[in-house]
Design a protein around this ligand. Structure first.
Ligand code: AKG
Ligand code: FE2
Length: 355
């Protein structure tokens, strides 16, 4: 359908290009606000899709605002705060980059009543994702990052993938913020444009981690300095898995929670798997996503007692799994030596502005 016929008020033509008029702010990263009509109808305007794609490909990151109603967000926030209190007393705890960051991975409630499409396969989000990754993107990871109050440390600037990853988009993490967020409560530091700026071997400080070399951090900041965006509650951030970013200290009194939901392109054949309750299967199969990466469990999923497990590579043998004796990665499997991840970020791992 040509915009000439139907949507002339939503944009303008310029030299054969169509420039949509969309409510957006910020610049790298950009926040795009859906209209109430889009949220209520569940139909994303093509103008909105165009702008999301444009900024996503440029920055490796884009924010969608007003895609979920506030009450739905508040309810999940409250539930995950309660669950965090339970989780931190458990056997398996995943502190991301050491306890000083107070950044902990708490699996959201994987029960039929909490597995709501608005969060896990939001129609607006999926409309954008399927235009980046291709049809039927694969859901393969559901977690959250809870930045607890009282952090003294920040994370190293890193990319979540450190294998020999493709140079084209293959995976996206969907980070939905469950409260208003900014510097004060530790919104993630984002390095727009780093998703395809440097080669993997060139940027990484070692093959075994996605931490970025200081020299590259300093160099890139001159091109585009990192920033901590100000995000409204319910904002959905789409982040290329290759993008540099870092968890920051939460200096507020409340938990800062962001969901972390991973989608992969079907062609990538990611081997990571996720277990969801069979009781939610009929509903989830209706979400117009691929569930090729989902195992269906009879009965309840004991989501607060799962060892942390991750494999964003293409190789089934490269998974990492938390155990009581340390992290089980491919090296531990070969050598039998299990170690806990003790790496702590120092100023060698983040940007120091030069005078
Ligand atoms: O919680 C955050 O803001 C980011 C956490 C993160 O990037 C990580 O743990 O890999
Ligand atoms: Fe990360």
């Amino acid at each position: 359908m040509s915009p000439t016929n139907t949507l002339t008020s939503a944009g303008a033509y310029s030299e054969g290009a169509y420039a949509p008029k969309v409510d957006q702010r910020g610049d790298g990263p950009v926040t795009i606000r859906l209209t109430d009509q889009e949220r209520i109808s569940g139909v994303t305007r093509l103008e909105t899709v165009q702008q999301c794609l444009y900024h996503y490909h440029r920055d490796g990151f884009v924010v969608l605002e007003n895609a979920i109603d506030d009450d739905t967000v508040d309810a999940l926030y409250k539930k995950i705060v309660e669950d965090t209190g339970v989780y931190v007393g458990k056997k398996f705890q995943q502190w991301n980059q050491g306890e000083a960051t107070r950044n902990v991975s708490v699996v959201p409630p994987l029960t039929p009543e909490w597995l709501r499409r608005e969060f896990y396969a939001n129609v607006h989000t999926m409309r954008v994702i399927e235009n980046i990754l291709g049809p039927k993107p694969e859901l393969r990871f559901i977690n959250s990052n809870v930045a607890m109050p009282g952090a003294t440390g920040r994370q190293a600037v890193h990319s979540d993938v450190n294998h020999d990853f493709p140079t084209i988009p293959f995976g996206i993490v969907v980070n939905t913020y469950l409260q208003d967020s900014d510097e004060q409560n530790g919104v993630t530091e984002v390095w727009a444009g780093t998703h395809n700026a440097y080669g993997r071997d060139e940027q990484q400080s070692s093959k075994e981690s996605g931490w970025i070399k200081k020299e590259y951090i300093q160099k890139q900041a001159k091109i585009k300095a990192p920033l901590q965006p100000r995000l409204r509650k319910g904002s959905i951030c789409l982040r290329d898995l290759r993008l540099w970013h870092a968890g920051m200290p939460n200096r507020s009194e409340q938990h800062r929670i962001m969901l972390a939901i991973d989608y992969f392109a079907a062609w990538y054949q990611c081997p990571m798997r996720l277990t969801l309750p069979a009781a939610a299967r009929a509903e989830i199969e209706n979400w117009n996503i691929s569930t090729a990466g989902v195992d269906w469990a009879e009965g309840e999923v004991d989501y607060l007692n799962q060892p942390f497990y991750l494999n964003m590579t293409q190789d089934p043998g490269m998974y990492i799994k938390q155990t009581e004796k340390g992290v089980e990665d491919w090296r531990a499997r070969v050598t039998g030596v299990y170690e806990f991840d003790k790496a702590i970020a120092t100023e060698q791992n983040w940007w120091t502005p030069e005078a």
